[in-house]
Design a protein around this ligand. Structure first.
Ligand code: ADP
Ligand code: MG
Length: 231
């Protein structure tokens, strides 16, 4: 039996109160195993980001069960959610880099949360990760000195530098050129296939659908089909 990194059962989610209450997710069931790359597609407004943020513990689970790395997220304490978030690499739709920190310092930020590395070691790891995403020559640049694609790659490096077991990414390749996309895809594939990490990626990008073991589709808050492929 494969180990599940994510196990979602009967999740519903609502926004707003009273007569404005609107259901955004309906009866979501989904499991993702270790080493698996799953791509989540679907039109804008269908609920993809909502689902991803629930899995990451960034939003409160209202109904149903979400188990991530063997921990239940539903009704988990803030302390537990904080701990869980440190084990997840999350790449936001907008890169969210800190403008007054260099690329290297932005990447080091996630290592600081872990708290037990020397500055020198953090620096070394951040720069090695930036090199993997092809930004060795940009480590001391500030975000506004970088192109959109380069900023997005820094965001990737920041999410991956802690070597998380689970990587969640929200439309991460939208602003990447072909070379950057290939670099990111190869890095993610290596993490999944050689290191057993699980990856859930939201994308509309036809260029990267091929990397998926499985593609799941969301429409109006429902997961409507699963295209299973075996490689
Ligand atoms: P997607 O990522 O697929 O574009 P979202 O998960 O962002 O979709 O949104 C799903 C639905 O939930 C949309 O109808 C959106 O308007 C609504 N929604 C998302 N976030 C909020 C929020 N913070 N408050 C109210 N409604 C929201
Ligand atoms: Mg979205």
């Amino acid at each position: 039996m494969l180990e599940s990194t994510i196990s979602i059962q009967y999740v519903n989610h609502y926004f707003g109160k009273g007569s404005l209450r609107k259901q955004a997710l309906f009866d979501i069931n989904l499991s993702i195993h270790s080493g698996e790359i799953v791509i989540l597609t679907g039109p804008s407004g269908s609920g993809k980001t909502t689902l991803l943020s629930l899995i990451a513990g960034l939003r409160t689970v209202q109904e149903g069960s979400i188990k991530v790395l063997d921990r239940e997220v539903y009704r988990a304490s803030n302390q537990k959610l904080l701990k869980l978030r440190r084990q997840i690499g999350y790449v936001f739709q907008k890169h969210n880099l800190v403008p007054f920190l260099t690329a290297s310092q932005n990447v080091q930020m996630t290592l600081e949360l872990g708290g037990n590395l020397s500055r020198k070691e953090m620096c070394h790891r951040a720069e090695a990760m930036l090199e993997v995403v092809g930004l060795k020559h940009r480590i001391n640049y500030f975000p506004d000195q970088l192109s959109e694609g380069q900023k997005q790659r820094v965001a990737f490096a920041r999410a991956l530098v802690t070597q998380p077991q689970l990587i969640l990414a929200d439309e991460p390749t939208a602003s990447l050129d072909k070379n950057s996309t290939n670099t990111v895809v190869e890095t993610l594939k290596d993490l999944a296939k050689n290191q057993g990490r699980s990856i859930l990626l939201i994308t509309h990008d036809n260029r990267i659908l091929d990397m998926a073991d499985r593609i799941v589709h969301m429409e109006d808050g429902h997961l409507i089909n699963e295209t299973k492929r075996y490689i």
